[in-house]
Design a protein around this ligand. Structure first.
Ligand SMILES: C[S@@+](CC[C@H](N)C(=O)[O-])C[C@H]1O[C@@H](n2cnc3c(N)ncnc32)[C@H](O)[C@@H]1O
Length: 377
């Protein structure tokens, strides 16, 4: 059980969380107003709040916030000691909202593994600079490699990674394994010209630019200028200069007339694939969000597809698992664009042009990736 101070802070965060404020935003806001809290205390408070939302529908909603937090921690501890103590049928109706099963199909065994994964503490993944994972693991300690992505390491230590010399000098980025696999799927080559159309804070832009060995260029666009500012800071730390950032609101007016060797659309999505790390979203995301986002994804794809060179590759990724935003978007796009052909995701060791990356298979976020190539003639 966390100490009383942690429970008190977590209870105050719960009170601050309203239906339009996400748990991670509320936590950030709370820490900004409680600057004396040290990183270990902040980690304990965040953990307690996330545990609360993972076990939310088991809790007695009439009890005080303190009492509910204690109930959630007890459930979490019992589950951690014996994950099979909670039946998959119970998890299926309590760990996620009912509407999820209209959007996600999984065989019984995989469904049980998926649901158990959602109730665990998430793993922390970092991305080393290309070819530097072994050296970084030696200097950081507590890092485990994975055969799935050459530069990915799972960090199992307790130190504050942001305070390490290796982070400050750009030797690694904190990036989930599933996100790293999107870069592996894109596999840009040095000297190519890429467009990262929804670049956000640049997680994938930096990966693409790094894989291109600082040669060629990645156009990084987003409609949120604040995110682009963060991207620039991160690129500076990583000493990556082969990118260019521009505003693009996703509309028909494109940021450039250039044609690209590759385009990555890491589209806005419902984020169902992040429900282990961000459990509050299980209770705030709705089927209407899924419908609206699926329409946005289709629009973004059709607005940018004309910017591909003949032979150019298009990668679509979303950190969600709903049918409407994944296979349905990809199938409709393939049908509407005969000038493109689906492209097997060979760098992910797949013969198929679409792939769902499941949290229980990766010990990471869930993600969907699809690839096409523009025909040459
Ligand atoms: C999934 S996030 C991108 C994450 C980023 N690629 C990364 O790896 O860090 C989606 C991004 O799309 C942007 N976005 C949302 N709606 C958009 C729209 N209609 N047109 C263009 N960008 C949009 C958001 O500002 C957000 O940064």
């Amino acid at each position: 059980m966390p100490d009383q101070a942690t429970l008190n802070h977590a209870a105050q965060v719960l009170v601050a969380i309203s239906s339009d404020q996400r748990a991670d935003t509320a936590l950030r806001f709370y820490f900004e107003h409680h600057r004396y809290l040290q990183p270990p205390a902040k980690r304990a408070i965040s953990h307690t709040v996330f545990v609360y939302f993972r076990w939310f529908s088991w809790l007695d909603q009439k009890a005080s916030p303190q009492k509910r937090l204690e109930q959630a921690v007890e459930l979490h501890d019992r589950f951690t000691a014996d994950p099979k103590s909670v039946k998959p049928e119970t998890l299926a109706v309590r760990a996620v909202p009912e509407w999820l099963w209209t959007e996600v199909d999984l065989p019984a065994e995989a469904k049980a593994s998926y649901l158990r994964q959602l109730q665990r503490d998430p793993a922390l993944w970092i991305r080393a600079r290309p070819g530097q994972a072994a050296a970084l693991a030696k200097s950081l300690f507590a890092c485990e490699p994975t055969p799935l992505a050459p530069d990915a390491l799972r960090f199992t230590g307790t130190q504050d990674l942001f305070k390490t010399e290796q982070f400050k000098t750009g030797e690694f980025e904190i990036q989930d394994l599933a996100s790293q696999l999107v870069g592996v799927a894109a596999a840009p080559k040095p000297g190519e010209t890429w467009w990262d159309a929804c670049a956000g804070e640049g997680g994938k832009t930096l990966h693409l630019a790094d894989l291109m060995q600082n040669k060629g260029v990645v156009w990084a666009t987003d409609r949120n200028e604040r995110r682009i500012d963060t991207l620039k800071r991160r690129a500076g730390r990583a000493k990556l200069f082969n990118y260019r950032s521009e505003f693009w609101d996703g509309g028909r007016q494109l940021p450039t007339k250039l044609k690209f060797d590759g385009i990555l659309l890491d589209a806005p999505c419902s984020g169902v694939g992040t429900w282990q790390r961000n459990p509050h979203a299980r209770w705030t995301t709705t089927p209407d969000d899924v419908r609206e986002l699926a329409a946005t994804q289709a629009t973004l794809l059709s607005n940018l597809v004309g910017s591909l060179k003949p032979g150019g590759r298009l990668i679509y990724s979303v950190c969600t698992l709903t049918r409407s935003e994944t296979t349905a978007v990809a199938a409709a796009f393939t049908a509407d664009h005969p000038e493109l052909e689906p492209l097997p995701l060979s760098t992910l060791n797949s013969q198929l042009p679409t792939l769902t990356l499941w949290p229980h298979e990766l010990n990471a976020n869930g993600m969907f990736v699809a690839a096409w190539r523009k025909k040459s003639a």
